[in-house]
Write a protein that binds this ligand. Structure first.
Ligand SMILES: Nc1ncnc2c1ncn2[C@@H]1O[C@H](COP(=O)(O)OP(=O)(O)OP(=O)(O)O)[C@@H](O)[C@H]1O
Ligand SMILES: [Mg+2]
Length: 110
């Protein structure tokens, strides 16, 4: 099952995503959570301690390969998913694995 949560700023996307992830994991389902916000904060919502969350490594672009297939560009993972999880996922309580897609630079640079 894949669930995507999108919507207007401040409408409760992160709260809803964290609650969904935790309630599905509580039913003994494997949950892989993606935080696609450039200012990510799903980690604390999942109960990840802030020191671990702040150290989280955003996924590098090269985990995706853009392949030309019969004139059409297809995007695929460039390495097995388990390897991506080993390298980049943070382990949140309840067995939830969290991948952070991007992280904006800290403010101050204009
Ligand atoms: N069902 C709800 N009832 C009342 N308050 C809520 C509810 N869901 C979320 N909130 C509160 O609304 C605020 C925004 O929630 P949240 O951060 O989940 O939204 P978001 O859509 O992820 O925001 P952003 O666009 O900034 O990422 C938070 O203070 C949260 O605690
Ligand atoms: Mg949010």
């Amino acid at each position: 099952m894949k669930i995507g949560v999108a919507g207007k700023g401040g409408s409760g996307k992160t709260t809803t995503s964290g609650t969904l992830a935790r309630s599905i994991a509580a039913r003994s389902r494997r949950v892989l959570a993606f935080d696609c916000d450039g200012n990510p904060n799903l980690g604390p919502t999942l109960g990840l301690p802030s020191d671990q969350f702040d150290e989280g490594i955003p996924l590098p672009h090269d985990v995706l390969a853009h392949i030309d297939r019969d004139g059409e560009t297809v995007t695929e993972l460039s390495m097995p998913l388990d390897e991506i999880l080993d390298r980049y996922a943070a382990a949140a309580p309840g067995g939830i694995q969290l991948l952070t897609m991007a992280r904006a630079q800290k403010p101050g640079g204009g």
